[in-house]
Design a protein around this ligand. Sequence first.
Ligand SMILES: C[S@@+](CC[C@H](N)C(=O)[O-])C[C@H]1O[C@@H](n2cnc3c(N)ncnc32)[C@H](O)[C@@H]1O
Length: 293
Amino acid sequence: MSEKSENPARHAVSTAPAAEHALATAPAAEAAEPAVEAAAVPAPARARARREPMFPDGPAPDPAGSHHERRIRSFQPRRSRVTTGQGEALRRLWPVWGLDIDGLSRIDLGELFGDPKLPVVLEIGFGMGEATAAMAAADPGTGILACDVHTPGQGNLLALAERNGLENVRVANGDAIILLREMLAPDSLAGLRVYFPDPWPKKRHHKRRLIQPEFLALAATRLAPGALLHCATDWEPYAEQMLEVLTASPDFENTQADGGFAPRPDFRPLTRFEGQGLEKGHAVRDLLFRRRG
Ligand SMILES: C[S@@+](CC[C@H](N)C(=O)[O-])C[C@H]1O[C@@H](n2cnc3c(N)ncnc32)[C@H](O)[C@@H]1O
């Protein structure tokens, strides 16, 4: 990914409202990466005033604001720790390759990626983005719209994309539900990836899990017929829930003839959270479903 003077993300959005659905809202397990306090990021020329954003041209703290407030979120706001390199990438590359999910505009994916024919997949919850960057490098013919609320991860992915010359990654900041519901056109996605979503193990938190019937109904409208929905988790009860709700969904069909989990596909690299789960002895489950149509 190279730095350009114009931000395709700024031009790829129109003000046409796209609201069609309603859904509840995000935890983000802390990514274990060496980080320094935000204060270690090179200071701007003058000290920041109270409430002044750390990255004035970077990801907005709450892009959708109160006009799209959702009561139940699948992520939890975290105090962000940003390394020097991540901060530098955010300052320099966010205005070029970043996109705030404000829920106010519709995205033209062709314009966003500079190629109207490029198939685009949405990845929800890329964490630190290593797997995203690896998949983008392995498949330059597919655009990846990578969405998360985790500021250090956004900086990390931008830096990885630039370092590896990836032209096919865009980074979206905010709640994926609002992105799907308000900003993406029907049938516009060639695929959806949800790798190791927050498991929300406590019963009272299960309502925060992302993979639920309402989410699937919304996602199905944004996926093109035949598009692949790929989920993976190391949390067995969540894996069972995913299989149950996906199997029950009228919008998706299992790619596995036996109706069960899929073997891990070669194209999915090991993710950071997956590595942590494997170290704890967890079994990893992949689910590969296709949008009917
Ligand atoms: C457990 S982490 C997994 C990260 C990465 N996929 C991996 O396997 O290493 C889940 C990520 O999903 C993000 N997330 C959860 N709900 C989200 C939502 N509604 N919109 C955007 N990101 C979300 C969290 O911020 C967190 O970074």
